[in-house]
Ligand binder design. Structure first.
Ligand code: ADP
Length: 261
């Protein structure tokens, strides 16, 4: 459980900081909606620093169960001891709990979190028979990649309505260029070219890409360029290759981006 030592680099994009601060004051659960690589996790780290509250991260995947979050008995020598899971720890210690990609977790996870997202702010540990009441500083934050892409799970309306929600999207070009410069020290001209490439690919809707260029991919390309990799190659390996395995789409994208950097 950690508070970042120094302020994480985060460029505020819209009014997300203000919303987070008010959600925090009211101890309302917060849902960050948006595609992968759009800055959601970085934003939560930044808010953990700003509010000086420790952060506990849980990356959800299809195997994540409520036992993983709440805790379990383990055998230690001749004894059986109870070990709190990250959710129980966050509740007891008053941390910011960030559950990334919450919709990917197993359905029992969603059931387990319901009582901490309403006025009860508590969980029942059926294995120990205890009710754990949240510390007054506990706050619950989750992220969710809306299900417009194939392969992503949806979140039930009854769960969504428990959260104050913010949409994250790719930042406007000037801002995204600033993020690339701030994150990697790359020059303005190259940053702008990378953002142009990102937006060009984002606007190609007929390529059948399941995910498009995230800020993360552009940051990765900027890092490679800034460490000395030939810019065209950096774009190929950090931006184009991660998007698709289809040879025709790959060569079309490589050809297009080569002319832009
Ligand atoms: P998500 O959690 O939405 O998948 P991340 O928070 O991991 O995405 O963001 C991916 C990367 O993009 C970060 O590591 C950071 O380099 C960069 N990034 C995206 N948005 C911002 C922003 N607003 N300010 C600073 N960096 C950002």
């Amino acid at each position: 459980m950690l508070i970042p030592q120094k302020e994480p680099f985060y460029r505020v994009v819209d009014r997300e900081q203000e919303v987070f601060e008010h959600a925090w004051k009211n101890r309302l659960p917060l849902l960050l909606k948006g595609p992968t690589g759009a800055g959601k996790s970085r934003f939560v780290e930044y808010m953990s620093y700003k509010l000086q509250r420790p952060l506990i991260n849980i990356a959800c995947h299809e195997e994540t169960s409520s036992t993983d979050l709440l805790g379990r008995y383990i055998i230690k020598g001749a004894e059986t001891v109870w070990i709190d899971g990250p959710l129980t720890r966050a509740l007891k210690e008053g941390a910011l709990l960030y559950m990334d990609e919450i919709a990917e977790a197993r359905p029992d996870v969603i059931v387990a979190i319901h009582p901490i997202t309403d006025h009860r702010r508590q969980i029942y540990l059926d294995k120990t028979g205890e009710v754990i009441q949240a510390h007054s500083d506990f706050m619950f934050v989750a992220s969710f990649n809306p299900g417009y892409q194939k392969g992503f799970r949806d979140l039930k309306p009854s769960t969504r309505q428990r959260f104050v929600s913010i949409s994250f999207n790719y930042p406007k070009p000037d801002l995204e260029a600033e993020i690339l410069m701030g994150e990697t020290g790359i020059d303005k001209n190259t940053a702008r070219k990378l953002v142009k490439i990102g937006n060009k690919i984002r606007n190609l809707t007929d390529m059948g890409l399941t995910e498009t260029v995230s800020t993360r991919l552009l940051v990765d390309a900027a890092k490679l360029i800034s460490s000395g990799l030939f810019a065209r190659l950096a774009v190929e390996v950090a931006v184009v290759e991660p998007l698709t395995d289809d040879p025709d789409v790959l060569s079309a994208l490589k050809e297009m981006t080569a002319l832009m950097i």
